[in-house]
Design a binder for this molecule. Structure first.
Ligand code: GLA
Length: 382
């Protein structure tokens, strides 16, 4: 993989450079598309994009990670049958132009540092860097929240993933040095600083998920099915966000075992987000760790989005001295594990995980210490 600094110096002389970070969700998984609460922060791993405007309407892109060159014409955009990286970019351009903005063509080089399918929002980062850059070279602008929403729409229509708003919102709006409590219904946010005593450590299980494979959309459908059943008794309910534990228990039979467990995850997870937000504010790091671990159990047992490799990694991380709690991050079905680690122990924890966990190809896992960074923006080396 090329280094970001090398990428910038290779292409920077006559191009503008943009970058969008990855995001790590501390807690609140599979709650965003249920109008619930989430608690993400951005981390200093980026999708980099170098861009030069063209005088026509052709967008030509070199994806460095795949050494693949592709183009499309802004006047004739069609999604592919099978979503691939270019579709995210086509989708973003289509959604920007749907707002009435006319984009110009561009020569683009992209280089991504975020593990693909690792639960750290490589897709949303790609969408956001593209939107930010295309708007800038076309002398246009939109509020950050609007950019987040149009990128989410692009993912729905061009990648076929019915994702919530968390990833795009965090990458577009979450400030440096903070995590945000985001209400995915109102889009209200409350910032919180992560206490210095803890480090957020990410370890990649080495199993990549692909959200377009269907497990993710299936969970969203199950949540909607549960809402439809609950609505028959409680007509004011429009999403799982509105459902109290008491209401859920009163329709146990109608829901059946599977939908009951899906509901239980979402409802208890929203409560955990509130508790972790308060615990971060008061510096109660033990509670943060415990709730993160409880979130994992709920994702594994009730929402069923974990897998064997992630389970093995979570057991290894939790057994390390100084780890207060661990869980899978993002959609699941593989990807990365987040551990809440007492900062003084983080190096020893990294070493122990490197020794004890082997990915399917026999290697030590990729690890990353979260360094909270700014949202998607133009990059200037000076
Ligand atoms: C993916 C989606 C998000 C969110 C998470 C799970 O990252 O893009 O919208 O649903 O999964 O919390």
């Amino acid at each position: 993989m090329i280094q970001a600094a090398q990428f910038v110096s290779d292409v920077a002389s006559d191009a503008r450079i943009f970058r969008a970070p990855g995001r790590v969700n501390i807690i609140g998984e599979h709650t965003d598309y249920n109008d619930g609460l989430v608690l993400p922060t951005n981390t200093a791993l980026y999708t980099w994009l170098a861009i030069k405007p063209r005088t026509d309407r052709v967008v030509s892109i070199l994806a460095k990670n795949f050494e693949e060159q592709r183009d499309f014409n802004l006047d004739a955009i069609e999604p592919s049958n099978k979503p691939e990286w270019i579709d995210y970019l086509k989708g973003v351009c289509t959604e920007i132009e749907a707002t009435g903005i006319t984009l110009c063509g561009a020569e683009i080089v992209i280089h991504g540092e975020i593990p693909i399918g690792g639960g750290m929002s490589s897709s949303a980062s790609l969408e956001l860097v593209m939107a930010t850059a295309m708007l800038a070279i076309s002398d246009a602008s939109l509020p950050a929240q609007e950019i987040a929403k149009l990128c989410q729409r692009a993912e729905h229509t061009f990648a076929g993933v019915n994702c919530g708003i968390m990833d795009q919102f965090s990458i577009a709006c979450c400030g440096e040095g903070q995590a945000i409590l985001l209400d995915c219904r109102s889009l209200d946010t409350r910032p919180v600083v992560i206490p210095e005593e803890i480090t957020l450590l990410i370890t990649d299980s080495g199993v990549n998920h692909k959200l377009s494979d269907g497990g993710y959309n299936q969970r969203a459908i199950e949540c909607q099915d549960a809402v439809a059943i609950i609505q028959e008794r409680y007509s004011s309910v429009t999403s799982l966000r509105d459902v109290s534990p008491k209401q859920m228990h009163s329709v146990t039979e109608q829901l059946g075992d599977l939908l009951l467990r899906r509901c239980r995850h979402v409802i208890t997870e929203i409560e955990r987000v509130k508790t972790v937000f308060d615990a971060l504010n008061s510096g109660d790091i033990e509670t943060v760790g415990q709730l993160v671990s409880r979130s994992h159990s709920s994702l594994r047992d009730d929402f069923e989005v974990s897998c064997d490799e992630v389970e093995s990694l979570v057991s290894i991380t939790n057994a390390c001295k100084g780890v207060l709690g661990s869980r899978m991050v993002g959609a699941g079905f593989g990807g990365c594990v987040l551990s809440i680690v007492q900062a003084v122990h983080v190096e020893a924890v990294r070493q122990q995980i490197a020794q004890e966990y082997r990915t399917n190809n026999g290697k030590s896992p990729w690890m990353h210490t979260v360094a909270s960074t700014m949202p998607a923006a133009e990059y200037s080396a000076t």
